[in-house]
Design a protein around this ligand. Structure first.
Ligand SMILES: Cc1cc2nc3c(=O)[nH]c(=O)nc-3n(C[C@H](O)[C@H](O)[C@H](O)COP(=O)(O)OP(=O)(O)OC[C@H]3O[C@@H](n4cnc5c(N)ncnc54)[C@H](O)[C@@H]3O)c2cc1C
Length: 375
């Protein structure tokens, strides 16, 4: 058994080593790629690719695709590693450090139809700084900006503007994607539309986003920020719902509940062709419990306690038959994933077999296993 693993190791090593790329692989110093923000999963990759060009990514994936289903190698793009459950990790696979991808410089196009062309590994904070030089800014944000374009577009990218502009995945004009077969494809609504919609909210399953064209609007010079305190929850939700329906109100609406926080979303400008799934109701809330696990002096495992609370909340929603979806979903069985996607599961599987038939990409999401046929 040991000999087989060693043989596998040495053949993977020599085959990756001989690839002709502009960047480089590291094989020893890979521990960083086995960590993420959640600090719960540590899956050591076989190698880390530091690409300098899109072609480095395409060459690597094509090579692994050509090795066929018998090679265990998988590939995960790592944006800023702010996943909570190992989603950007690849156990004994190749992790792509998207931050080292170099391409054409970030390019802001101003005019009636303003946009910025960025690398998939770019941080939103850098996009803000660059676009502000032109008096422009992206329309839809996340609250925290040290996240990458590829990382948030693989989920949805949501914040207090989503009720008006849609999530970030509704504010993208064009993508460059490397599929699970190593093909580099440009896509948009009108060009390779199915791949475009698959990748948006696609949990990294259908391709690596190497470039994106993000929609911009004039940045306001000043903002008015109004805080209102409620003691009655029903009045609070009634007012929030009034504000999101009314024209010419606010651009950003968010609510805080004592130490926790909720924000309101509705399905305004939500595009059902993307891979992201939402509850079926007309209006739904994003409820985020922003807690951190601090080691307790009593010796109780703080993290386990929080995870248990999360489980109980989800169980309650299930028992009370409340329509809900997990954002940044994490499941361990394919049955659970099937239930998460509901009627969209079939389309998700079809898209996987079209764009990544060997299930090489984003193994850390634990949706498909390499070389196990989809059902
Ligand atoms: C402190 C904090 C604040 C947050 N705030 C918000 C918020 O306000 N709104 C919100 O919507 N989310 C928020 N998130 C969640 C965040 O959007 C996701 O965790 C996101 O995936 C993190 O981006 P990242 O660049 O770190 O991605 P990573 O963790 O590196 O990757 C996430 C997933 O995307 C895949 N991926 C990464 N890059 C690419 C690419 N270029 N192409 C294809 N797939 C790729 C990875 O393989 C992995 O499966 C927050 C998370 C944290 C930790």
């Amino acid at each position: 058994m040991t000999i087989r693993i060693n043989l596998c190791f040495s053949s993977n090593y020599s085959s990756l080593k001989t690839l002709s790329i502009d960047g480089h692989f590291t094989f020893d110093d890979v521990h960083h790629a086995a960590k993420d923000f959640g600090n719960r999963f540590q899956l050591l990759p076989f190698a880390v690719l530091h690409p300098r060009s899109v072609s480095d990514i395409a060459t690597t994936i094509k090579h692994i695709w050509q090795m066929g289903p018998h090679s265990q190698l998988t590939v995960a793009a790592r944006g800023h590693g702010h996943s909570l459950q190992g989603q950007a990790q690849a156990h004994r696979g190749v992790v792509i450090n998207m931050g080292s991808l170099q391409g054409p410089k970030m390019h802001v196009h101003s005019g009636n139809y303003s946009y910025v062309d960025v690398s998939g590994g770019e941080l939103w904070i850098n996009i803000l700084h660059e676009s502000l030089k032109y008096g422009l800014a992206p329309k839809s944000w996340t609250d925290y900006l040290h996240l990458t374009v590829g990382g948030t577009l693989s989920n949805a990218g949501i914040s207090g503007q989503a009720f008006r502009y849609g999530p970030q995945i509704s504010n993208v004009y064009q993508l460059e994607v490397v599929t699970g077969k190593g093909e580099v494809v440009n896509c948009s609504e009108n060009q390779n539309g199915d791949l475009f919609h698959s990748v948006l909210g696609g949990l990294g399953q259908f391709g690596i986003i190497t470039r994106a064209r993000i929609s911009l609007e004039p940045a306001p010079d000043m903002v008015k920020w109004i805080k209102v305190l409620y003691s009655d929850f029903t009045t609070f939700t009634r007012d929030q719902e009034l504000l999101i329906y009314a024209e010419s109100t606010f651009d950003y609406i968010e609510g805080f509940v004592i130490i926790n926080r909720t924000g309101l979303l509705n399905n305004w400008r939500w595009d059902n062709r993307t891979s992201a799934v939402i509850p079926e109701e007309d209006i739904f809330y994003l409820v985020a419990f922003l807690s951190s696990a601090v080691p307790s002096s009593t010796g109780t495992d703080g993290l386990e306690h929080i995870l248990n609370q999360n489980r109980r909340i989800l169980e309650f929603c299930g028992t009370a038959r409340l329509g809900f979806k997990q954002y940044l979903p994490h499941y361990t069985t394919q049955e659970e994933w099937q239930a998460h996607f509901g009627p969209q599961w079939e389309v998700f599987v079809q898209r996987k077999s079209a764009y990544d038939p060997l299930a090489i990409l984003a193994p850390g999401q634990r949706i498909f296993q390499k070389a196990i046929p989809f059902s």
